[in-house]
Design a protein around this ligand. Structure first.
Ligand code: HEM
Length: 359
């Protein structure tokens, strides 16, 4: 996505981020809310605007239902199950016949694919009225076809929504777990953006160095696609030598961001700790090798939405922290939250209960 197209999408992000804040303001401040659920609804609504030219009204309805145009709803658990299963069979394709024979699982995958296909077909018709959404840019301004739209539609559902949702929740979890870092960020935001100013001002966002550092540190410790996608050594070729080891043709390989990001050869000291300072210019860390930082993958098929994702993350975090003071809800076991995450290509996460006070 080019800077111009990102600019074009900013009003969509701003409108949805304001809607999220309005929805959260309607909640009883005495009662903890599940931020994971609300952020999921936000990112899915935005993904609808972005990838299909119209949102799904998920925040408006307050739950994950009735995805679009009266089609049957798919819950976020179903989405994860579908993506998770596809991920497993991608690694071990000989399991496909076994998995297909499990009635519940094969139905989930079928539902997910039909849902993506229905939306994709609907979107292809819309191109006639000039919708400049994600597909327009994926197709490089050319007309999207049914065939490529269906495949891209399914990728877009997951790629643009779950990854950002996951990062947003993790940034908030890290900051609430590290009150000094939270205070530092709040100070930066309040200095750069006065109350009543536009919280999305792109020029002012350039001054938010600590916010950027917090986002990077979160993507390092909680990469939303921890194993990254798989790549295959061309079956038709003679094989490849990677890092001194011969890999036979046809083998599937991947470079897990999670392991690289926590390797002390690249990030030290304390590779497992949340230390956003390591991303600030002039900071002195024993090692900081940003070439080992690949939350968006590298090379062919890396993330086309990475600049947009960064802009979206800054905008949403900025309006949330300008609008509310956040803390973990009473009785919520915050330490356990990351321990419950599971890597199914995307990451499953349990509820994140927080209490919000209006600022
Ligand atoms: C923090 C947020 C995000 C992260 C960490 C992320 C990460 C990634 C990664 C690692 C891949 C490569 C997957 C593979 O190896 O197969 C990928 C692909 C992709 N991402 Fe993202 N992504 C994010 C947000 C977004 C957003 C917001 C969009 C759309 C606006 C997007 C669109 C895509 C698309 C279309 C692909 C497939 C590219 C292709 O196959 O050529 N991503 N993303």
């Amino acid at each position: 996505m080019t800077p111009a197209s990102i600019k074009e999408y900013e009003p969509l992000v701003a409108a949805r981020a304001r809607e999220l804040v309005s929805c959260l303001r309607l909640r009883d401040p005495q009662i903890g809310i599940d931020l994971v659920a609300w952020v999921d609804l936000f990112t899915l609504d935005l993904m609808g605007d972005l990838a299909f030219g119209s949102g799904f009204k998920m925040m408006e309805n307050g739950r994950d239902m009735d995805w679009a145009s009266g089609s049957d709803g798919l819950s976020s658990d179903q989405r994860t199950a579908a993506v998770g299963t596809s991920n497993v069979v991608g690694q071990v394709p000989w399991l496909i016949p076994t998995i297909q024979s499990v009635p519940g699982v094969s139905q989930i995958i079928k539902d997910f694919n039909s849902f993506g296909q229905a939306l994709a077909k609907q979107r292809v018709k819309k191109v006639a009225i000039g919708t400049r959404d994600l597909w327009y840019h994926l197709a490089d301004g050319k007309k999207a076809t049914d065939e490529n739209s269906v495949a891209d539609g399914i990728v877009a559902i997951v790629a643009a929504s779950d990854t950002v949702a996951s990062t947003l929740c993790s940034v908030i979890w890290f900051l609430l777990s590290h009150p000094h870092q939270y205070q530092r960020l709040q100070k930066e935001l309040d200095t750069a953006i006065a109350d009543g100013d536009d919280p999305f001002d792109a020029v002012k966002h350039q001054e938010l160095h600590f916010l950027r550092a917090c986002i990077n540190e979160t993507l390092r410790l909680h990469p939303p696609l921890p194993s990254n996608g798989t790549r295959q050594i061309y079956p038709s070729q003679a094989g490849q030598t990677i890092a001194g080891r011969f890999i036979p043709p046809g083998t599937t390989v991947s470079t897990p961001a999670y392991s690289l990001h926590r390797n002390q050869d690249y990030f030290s000291p304390h590779p497992d700790q949340f230390l956003p300072e390591r991303w600030l210019q002039g900071s002195q860390f024993d090692s900081h090798d940003s070439s080992a930082f690949l939350p968006f993958s590298l090379g062919p098929s890396n993330c086309v939405g990475q600049k947009f994702a960064r802009r979206e993350l800054s905008m949403v975090l900025c309006i949330l922290f300008k609008s509310f003071t956040l803390r973990f809800a009473d009785g919520f076991d915050a330490e356990a939250w990351p321990r419950e995450m599971q890597d199914f290509f995307v990451v499953t996460r349990g509820p994140l209960y927080v209490q919000l006070t209006r600022r």
